[in-house]
Design a binder for this molecule. Structure first.
Ligand code: XMP
Length: 621
């Protein structure tokens, strides 16, 4: 059989490469970067993935150099290209060019990777290093300005690209991957995707046997698919559903979830109200003492507490059912990206932690190691889970439901101690950049930070607020300006635009905030207004993959502010900020500003997040 090896250098998108190549009908295996060349014999081609390291740093992950002597067609992506350039005698250097986001590049369509494409292509870049000298025998086949973005060695059939053809923002990425497997490797379309449902059902039966499974249902499509698969694979009396309301759910969410689950046939179903336990319990996690959630600021700590509490509450509920996880199993709707972004070593040996998903905290990893976690969606991405949901006959309301993260509003209430203004040196750098780039908007550095993903690394950096035209900016210009800022200022990873007035009208100061009922209630109200406006269909269809409000502890008057986040994406590994009038109705933002004011919520600024992923993430924490 024709097989392609994906050598995983720790990139965030390795599994996306895997899926796209399988969709092109070619069988793939993902192998760790250190794989001996011997093990690659039998593969007709290889792809080297992206990764967070730098080839020039001491301690860069090592690989068997003999993999380049196998004589098989090779595609290096991002770090993978830098690795092969370095190996064949070229040079990779930091700060030649830093690029995050969708960028237009020039390509040479005579290179077979780009056959049939036009000389300018939109691609996704996410890198800090770049190629400064290309190796002998290679020629440059793509450029961003004067910087090399692609190399090709015809004789060896080795091609490298600095951008990511595997993700959706690379508009003709699929064509490039198909060009690689057909045109360069000469592979036929021989691999038909296995019947995923049957494979998953078999795996559940093998693992659980006559045992019992407690499935944590959040109400999203992932856990609904898990519950449905468990009910199909096992007898109904083997499956127990638990829904935990941790006080950080959206408005009316828990009621809706419980109704939907009954429809699924989940008869043994419990709803637990655990707000107090989540907000006020001090914990010891991995030997470290944690203050209660209501006293915690740091995003990763908040995530750890929420993830840990989920398990403790579930364990308690299981006990009441006479179950324990020495004998019973915990069912979760964990997806592949959750594990990649959590830096789970079972999925990717080198991937950096971007954020710990609630279903991959330490206590769950320990249970997983003991073989007591059933994760039916382990190998799937979001769009695949949605397809499976439809194949299983779940309601479209569930199949197309926008995701809601396990920690819920807990990661959308940003926390600070308050009283801070922006760092003056960084604010001056922003002002200088604004002047030098002739930016048509005022730009202010906010004294808050949020999480991003840049060059396969987690970043925790500042927010810039642009203002100038209230509700009527030219969004094309705005997005171009917003993209430039994180590329040029290495302390910024997110940009938002001020909607509810033309200028800030004061100094931005951070406000003390913690997770508590009052702030959750405020966010719930704002979120319900935001969602109801932005999720309205356009021409009968809603293009928004996810939309929500974030409570921002910074303002000019001591109150909170709110940021609107709406994104378009298929797999959530990359995403773009939704464009008003294109992705959602053009009056939505004005309606939100008006309705927030009518509701008299104590909010100062109303912002629209205009950042893609990368450099930001979808959630702010
Ligand atoms: P980010 O913010 O990482 O989000 O770009 C990608 C997708 O994952 C969701 N998300 C989570 N889902 N548990 C979940 O079940 C979590 O801890 C978690 N954190 C982020 C996020 O809402 C988006 O859909």
């Amino acid at each position: 059989m024709e097989k392609l090896a994906i050598v995983d250098c720790g990139g965030q998108y390795t599994k996306v490469i895997d899926r796209k190549i399988r969709e092109a009908g070619v069988y793939t295996d993902i192998l760790p970067m250190g794989v001996p060349a011997e093990k690659l014999k039998g593969y007709g081609a290889m792809i080297l993935s992206g990764g967070p390291a730098s080839v020039w740093e001491s301690g860069a992950p090592t690989y068997d150099p003999a993999i380049f002597d196998l004589g098989i067609p090779t595609l290096g992506i991002c770090y993978g290209m830098q690795m092969l350039v370095d190996r064949f005698g070229g040079t990779v250097a930091p700060e030649v060019k830093t690029e995050y986001g969708q960028i237009e590049i020039d390509i040479d369509p005579s290179c077979p990777l780009f056959a049939g494409l036009s000389p300018k292509e939109k691609v996704l870049m996410s890198h800090g290093d770049a190629v400064s000298v290309i190796p002998a025998g290679f020629r440059t086949v793509a450029t961003t300005g004067t910087v090399c973005a692609g190399v090709w060695n015809e004789e060896k059939k080795i091609v490298g690209v600095q951008f990511h053809p595997e993700v959706d923002p690379t508009v003709h990425g699929v064509e490039m991957l198909v060009n690689f497997v057909r045109g360069i490797c000469g592979f036929q379309e021989t691999y038909a995707l296995e019947d995923r449902i049957e494979t998953s059902l078999r795996a559940i039966r093998e693992k659980v046997g006559d045992g019992k499974v407690v499935v944590l249902v959040s109400g999203g499509v992932d856990s609904a698919v898990t519950a449905a698969l468990l009910l199909r694979a096992l007898k109904p009396e083997q499956v127990y559903g638990i829904h935990i309301d941790h006080g950080m759910m959206r408005k009316n969410e828990s009621d809706l979830i419980c109704e939907n689950l009954k429809k699924l046939g989940l008869t043994q179903m419990q709803r637990i109200n655990a707000e107090d336990a989540f907000f006020h319990t001090p914990l010891v996690i991995d030997g470290e003492q944690y203050a209660p959630l209501s006293e915690t600021c740091e995003p990763e700590k908040k995530r750890a507490i929420i993830g840990h509490m989920f398990f403790l509450v579930t364990e308690e509920a299981a006990k009441k059912l006479d179950l324990d996880f020495d004998t019973a199993f915990l069912g979760q709707g964990t997806l592949r990206p959750d594990l990649i972004e959590s830096g789970n070593p079972d999925v990717s040996g080198y991937a950096k932690k971007i954020k710990t998903h609630h279903n991959d905290v330490g206590i769950i990893r320990a249970l997983r190691d003991r073989g007591h976690v059933v994760e039916t969606n382990w190998d799937w991405h979001k769009d695949e889970v949605r397809q499976v949901a439809r194949m299983l006959g779940l309601d479209e309301e569930i199949a197309s439901r926008q995701p809601f993260p396990g920690p819920g509003l807990g990661v959308r209430i940003l926390c600070t101690d308050g009283g801070k203004t922006a760092d003056p040196e960084k604010a001056a750098a922003l002002a200088a950049y604004r002047q030098a780039s002739d930016m048509p908007y005022a730009a202010a550095l906010a004294p808050v930070q949020s999480v991003g993903v840049q060059g396969d690394h987690r970043s925790y950096r500042s927010l810039v607020i642009l203002s100038g035209e209230g509700l009527t900016p030219d969004f094309d210009t705005l997005y171009t300006v917003a993209k430039g800022i994180p590329n040029e200022l290495n302390f910024v990873n997110r940009v938002a635009y001020l909607l509810n007035r033309r200028d800030l009208g004061g100094t931005l100061t951070s406000v003390r905030s913690r997770i508590c009922r009052e702030e959750a209630d405020l966010l719930r109200e704002a979120d319900s207004i935001v969602t109801s406006e932005i999720m309205r269909p356009m021409n009968g269809k809603c293009k928004i993959a996810q939309c929500f409000a974030v409570l921002l502890p910074a303002s000019t008057d001591g109150r909170f502010s709110v940021a609107i986040r709406a994104v378009v994406t298929n797999d959530f590994m990359t995403a773009s900020s939704a464009v008003p009038g294109v992705d959602f109705p053009s009056d939505a933002l004005a309606n939100i500003v008006r309705r927030l004011e009518e509701a008299a919520l104590p909010l100062d600024l109303v912002l629209y997040d205009v950042t893609g992923k990368p450099p930001a993430t979808v959630e702010w924490e």
